[in-house]
Design a protein around this ligand. Structure first.
Ligand code: SAH
Length: 344
């Protein structure tokens, strides 16, 4: 059965017309889905019952069912394990911080990228999330916590390997007739899929782009991030420069400190060479320890030291506040735990 919550207003108008109903019904249905977050035709009480029945025979909603919620005692972060219609499980994180409510969503079940430090990729890739599931993931969090103001697409998966559904999702949630979230409050994080950076730059979406760089030279990057074998750092930076030129959105480079591995003077020098004079941000992240990468660490002292080195070299640097440390809020950790416990 076709899903309805990933259709734009025009598509709903077409389907309403096919059902021999008046055009204004489309707007009512669209509003119920995207403003009132209704995910059941029978709760759309302003729609005549016979139309609700007709709709329910032909269309459906994807479901994300909360099976666990972990609440951080440190900072209010909430992490959810959601079960999809086919029994697969994903993670979604809600982070209240100052006046912002940020949502971190997953784009895939599992991940194919194989980054050595990341829990999401441990059991490989299962499937892409549909655009309908991406929307429902967002709205379910809003039903529970109220409206969110920012979305970071940094959960499980490589968003650019699920490109079409990602773009459809962004178009729907930013639609002025519906959810109307600002493009500027959305950030897509990628491990650096160069063609897709160009494609997104030409998409007219103007969302923020973050790239998981993490290393300052190709040799080291390839060792920890297999995608580095396909695209060089230089190619990635070139694509990001194009993104900035086309969208006016400053690109941020995520750089996770692994003490003694990627925070040397040479690394600072390399980053200076790559970025000096460019309007970019280097976002330093501390490594969240995971079982498979237990011999590596990063601490606030080495992160601060490296930040100082880069600042002295004239680069824009910020240190990302780590949220939900007490609830394994790092990408993929909970899903793995759940699967281990349930023998999956
Ligand atoms: N695949 C996309 C988005 C998901 S990962 C990407 O690579 O950008 C989201 C971010 O979390 C990435 O920057 C990733 O490198 C980072 N990350 C993964 N494992 C981590 C860990 N153990 N500690 C800190 N950050 C981690």
């Amino acid at each position: 059965m076709e899903t309805i919550n990933d259709k734009n207003l025009n598509e709903i108008e077409i389907l309403v017309d096919k059902l021999n109903e008046k055009k204004f019904r489309a707007k009512q249905i669209y509003k119920q889905i995207h403003n009132n977050k209704i995910n059941d035709f029978f709760e759309m009480t302003d729609i005549p019952l016979n139309l609700r029945e007709k709709l329910s025979l032909e269309y459906c909603f994807s479901r994300v069912k909360k099976i666990h919620e972990y609440d951080s005692k440190l900072d209010g972060t909430k992490k959810y394990l959601f079960e999809l219609n086919d029994g697969n499980v994903i993670e979604t994180v809600f982070m209240p911080y100052k006046k912002r409510n940020t949502l971190c969503i997953s784009t895939q079940v599992g991940c194919a990228m194989g980054c050595k430090f990341c829990a999401s990729t441990k059991n490989g890739f299962i499937r892409n999330l549909t655009s309908s599931e991406l929307i429902e993931q967002t709205y379910e969090i809003e039903r529970i916590n109220g409206d969110i103001s920012n979305i970071v697409i940094m959960g499980i998966g490589e968003p650019f390997y699920n490109y079409d559904n990602l773009v459809k999702y962004i178009k729907i949630i930013t639609d002025k007739n519906g959810r109307n979230l600002s493009h500027r409050s959305i950030t897509v994080s990628t491990s650096g899929i160069v063609e897709k950076i160009y494609e997104m730059a030409n998409e007219n979406l103007d969302v923020n782009l973050a790239v998981s760089l993490h290393f300052s030279n190709d040799e080291l990057r390839r060792k920890y991030m297999p995608i580095g074998k396909k695209y060089s750092i230089e190619e990635i930076v070139e694509a990001c420069d194009y993104y900035f030129k086309n969208t006016g959105r400053r690109v941020s480079y995520e750089y996770m400190i692994i003490s003694g591995v990627n925070d040397t003077d040479k690394d600072a020098f390399n980053l200076h060479k790559l970025f000096f004079g460019k309007n970019i941000l280097i976002n330093l992240i501390t490594l969240n320890p995971i079982k498979e990468f237990k011999n590596y660490k990063s601490d606030l002292i080495s992160t601060n030291n490296f930040a100082n080195k880069l600042t002295k070299l004239g680069l824009n640097v910020s240190i990302r506040k780590s949220m939900g440390k007490d609830i394994n809020a790092s990408c993929g950790q909970l899903r793995n735990k759940y699967e281990e416990k349930n023998g999956i």
